[in-house]
Design a protein around this ligand. Structure first.
Ligand code: FAD
Length: 276
């Protein structure tokens, strides 16, 4: 079973050094790759490149994220070339989160446009991953159109998909079944969000449309400032989720590691023991 972890680019050199050390902690798991998120704005985007360089220097297989937001053809072409020169063979292609007030996304409106452009300009060099939404993308007109657009970006040349995080394993299994029924056949890897900080998780989940079930919200809320209690329940709940999606046929797990070794390392160790 394939395992991967996602990081965001640190703001400082000290943070980057620390992240490189955190990555080393994942070495025993023989990860498929480490991915690095990408945001709007010059300095954020430069930090993604710096993080990719630092991880490549340690010989990690790195998958930089690339977004339509704030991107022009020339800039993407240049960045793809830089990544090729660095020995990068993977890209996670996304539309991106649109900063409030931004009207014009750039030369690409949807992830499918970006995938098509990467294929057009670099052939089969990159293994391209796109995003999938078992609980429906928050801006989608309907479940059906969202599935249709997911199919379009896979057909544009994506190799596989990583899902937005979810806490209900049925949402993932049903999404995969529905995709298969539409002849969307690429691997769909569940994105797994470890639980460490309830307030942050609630904020993220409201924004990205991932549902925290009421029973879980209530139990997490009841811990108040008790971080240990939250972490223990989080390990139990997410460990169980990993087990269920693996048993449901998930081809791998992609962890939103939030730049920390734990609890992702413990969850990976449990998942590896489970994998057939
Ligand atoms: P798209 O696939 O383009 O879809 C966006 C919306 O448009 C959907 O509602 C879809 O149904 C609709 N749509 C698609 N095509 C069409 C069409 N032709 N006509 C009309 N409607 C259409 N964000 C970042 O900013 N940086 C990151 O690094 C980042 N990493 C992520 C990693 C993962 C694994 C995931 C799941 C998300 C990540 N995100 C990131 C968040 C992501 O950018 C947002 O969820 C964004 O709102 C949608 O991106 P997308 O690539 O899924 O968009």
């Amino acid at each position: 079973m394939k395992l991967s972890a996602e990081f965001f680019p640190p703001r400082t050199q000290e943070g980057l050094d620390k992240l490189v050390e955190v990555a080393e902690g994942f070495r025993p798991f023989n990860l498929d790759y480490l991915s690095v998120t990408y945001g709007a704005g010059g300095s954020t985007q430069e930090r993604t490149l710096a993080t990719v360089k630092a991880l490549r220097a340690r010989d990690w297989d790195v998958a930089p994220h690339l977004t339509c937001v704030d991107s022009e053809r020339n800039k993407i072409t240049e960045l793809l070339k830089t990544y090729m020169d660095l020995g990068v063979h993977r890209i996670v292609a996304l539309r991106g989160d649109i900063p409030s007030g931004m009207r014009d996304l750039g030369d690409f409106n949807y992830a499918s446009d970006l995938v098509a452009f990467i294929r057009e300009t670099t052939g089969d060099h990159f293994h391209i991953e796109v995003a999938a939404y078992p609980e429906v993308h928050p801006q989608a007109k309907s479940w059906q159109t969202d599935m249709q657009h997911f199919g379009e970006k896979m057909a544009a040349g994506a190799n596989a998909a990583i899902t937005q995080y979810f806490f209900n394993p049925d949402a993932y299994c049903r999404f995969v079944n529905a995709a298969r029924a539409q002849q969307i056949n690429g691997p769909i890897i569940p994105g797994i969000m470890p639980i460490t900080n309830y307030e942050q998780l609630a904020r993220f989940s409201d924004a990205c449309g991932s549902e925290i079930p009421r029973w879980l919200r209530k139990r997490l809320e009841a811990f108040g400032d008790d971080k240990t209690g939250i972490a223990e329940l989080g390990l139990e709940v997410i460990g169980d989720l990993c087990e269920r999606v693996i048993k449901g046929g998930a081809p791998g797990l992609h962890f939103y590691a939030m730049n920390a070794l734990e609890p992702t390392r413990t969850l990976m160790a449990r998942a590896r023991n489970l994998a057939p």
